[in-house]
Design a protein around this ligand. Structure first.
Ligand code: BES
Ligand code: ZN
Ligand code: ZN
Length: 494
């Protein structure tokens, strides 16, 4: 669905839309609804009570209003939209309402509507406008690039939604951020035969060019020459060569600080010789969701122009099997100089990330945030909705956690327990890439491994759970979720 948002100063009668949306909160018309003129208010309350409409969250009721003869006479229909109980509402309620609302309006077949800005009295005009607009834009996302016919999306293909008494700047900002999230979703949803490491790099460069970001892409030869032996080891089995992607955003005036974003960019993860069962491979095109989140964030950053310098690093590769692929027991020399014994070729993400983190550190990052679909163990620990947050620096960890809270993305801290580092000591090399047969604490040992490659403040977000979903969710359809983009945008203080 193609959604256009407009902020409007006024509500119902002044907007020439055929449909007007009024919230029902705690079983009663919203404050905005109470302010409607007598004729409308009576019609709505009467029908509501007559039909026992309770206004559970997402519940809707379409009510025809007195026959309208022309556009000037206002809407022909009102849609009551349930916001649920008074207790426990949050900005997430508003965000989800936005998503649910656009889907419902499209389902009813309207091309244009006006809605009140839900809960603006409670949360403030700016915050409520932002959440509603963001939810609407995320909820209108669809992925049908490879469908040669899509009969279901014919109805309501285009929708213009007026947000009454919304804050214009808040809606503008929501547009930029949601566009960035949807861009990340597109990248994740792209099939792996199309989105190879080279194609990911091409798209990153294209975006950089379009938005005025600095860009440098290395090919396999440059990656090898730079000494990125851990990254290259993972990549060497694929016919699709790796790329090292670097993007830079510099503010106009001197930057307050330099932050590096690192994203895991495995365009497909078969597991390599430690092959994944075919069922586990089904979602593995999403193993570049960290990279997608970083690119999405750079997109928003380029537009929002914050005061921080932001550098993005992505080691893009494919984890495949062939005569040139790396094997169990190989020893790789990372960019840091540390040697790594391979115990499991499916623990490939940490190898690519080790070199990207070392490089980000050497280039002068003051603090690093790294996002990766790193471990199944993190999904076991926190489920599919919550990302694991690991920090080697409590302050930096809190800063990222608070950004995620503001953004409405769920993260939860897990410990980088030093005692478990013992499990990563190798008898042959400096480190081994997994702790062998035991699966205990797998998300933690993965984080500890990454922590061996920088002394700078590092936050590792394990997004293996929330990055991808096989079912539709409150803010979008099945597929890539764009998780992480909103947290990064909040973090960078834009
Ligand atoms: N890409 C996977 C992690 C993953 C699993 C992401 C499920 C999303 C959903 C990663 O490369 C991997 O395979 N990790 C292994 C590590 C193990 C071999 C130590 C895992 O989690 O099993
Ligand atoms: Zn793997
Ligand atoms: Zn992986």
């Amino acid at each position: 669905m193609e959604l256009t948002l407009k902020s409007a100063r006024r509500f119902i009668d002044e907007i020439p839309a055929p449909l007007a949306v009024v919230g029902v909160w705690g079983g009663e018309l919203s404050e905005e609804g109470q302010k409607l003129d007598g004729k409308h208010r009576k019609a709505l309350t009467h029908t509501m009570h007559e039909l026992h409409f309770k206004g559970e969250f997402g519940e809707t009721l379409l009510i025809p209003l007195a026959t309208r003869r022309s556009e000037e006479e206002g809407p022909g229909f009102a849609l009551l939209f349930g916001l649920g109980k008074k207790r426990g509402v949050s900005l997430e309620t508003v965000r989800r309402a936005g998503a649910r609302l656009v889907q419902e309006i499209a389902r009813l077949g309207f091309k244009e509507a006006v809605t009140e800005t839900f809960l603006a009295e409670k949360f403030g005009k700016q915050e409520a406008s932002y959440a509603l607009a963001e939810g609407a834009l995320l909820g209108s996302y669809s992925w049908n690039k490879y469908k040669t016919s899509s009969p279901t999306s014919k109805r309501g293909e285009k929708l213009r939604l007026w947000l009454a008494r919304a804050s214009g700047p808040a809606v503008d900002r929501a547009e930029m951020v949601a566009e960035a999230v949807n861009y990340a979703r597109d990248l994740v949803n792209e099939p792996p035969n199309i989105l190879t490491p080279a194609e990911l790099a091409r798209r990153a460069a294209e975006m950089a060019q379009e938005l005025g970001l600095g860009v440098e892409i290395w090919d396999e030869r440059q990656i090898q020459q730079a000494g990125m032996g851990a990254f290259y080891g993972v990549a060497q089995g694929s016919a699709n060569p790796p790329r090292f992607i670097q993007l830079t955003y510099k503010p106009q005036t001197p930057a307050s600080r330099v932050i590096a974003l690192v994203g895991k960019g495995l365009t497909f993860d078969t597991g390599g010789y430690s092959l994944k069962p075919s069922e586990s491979q089904i979602t593995m095109k999403s193993d570049m969701a960290g990279a997608a989140a970083v690119l999405g964030a750079m997109r928003a950053v380029a537009r929002l122009q914050p005061q921080v310098e932001v550098r993005a690093y992505i080691a893009a590769a494919e984890n495949m099997i062939s005569g040139t692929a790396y094997r169990v027991s190989d020893v790789l020399t990372s960019l840091s100089g540390k040697t790594i014994e391979i115990l499991n070729t499916d623990a490939e993400g940490r190898l690519t990330l080790a070199d990207a983190i070392t490089y980000a550190d050497r280039q002068g990052a003051e603090a690093i945030v790294e996002l990766s679909t790193l471990t199944g163990a993190c999904v076991v620990a926190l489920g599919e909705k919550v990302a694991g947050l690991f920090a080697n620096d409590a302050r930096w960890g809190r800063e990222v956690q608070e950004a995620a809270e503001r953004a409405g993305e769920k993260v939860w801290p897990l410990p980088m327990e030093e005692e478990y580092l013992e499990a990563l000591k190798s008898t042959t090399a400096d480190l081994k890439n997994t702790h062998g047969r035991s699966r205990a604490g797998g998300a933690i040992t993965a984080a500890l491994f990454l922590g061996e490659f920088t002394e700078k403040p590092l936050v590792h977000l394990d997004i293996a759970g929330p990055a991808y979903t096989e079912k539709s969710h409150a803010l979008g359809p099945a597929g890539g979720t764009g998780f992480g983009v909103r947290t990064l945008v909040e973090l960078l203080g834009v």
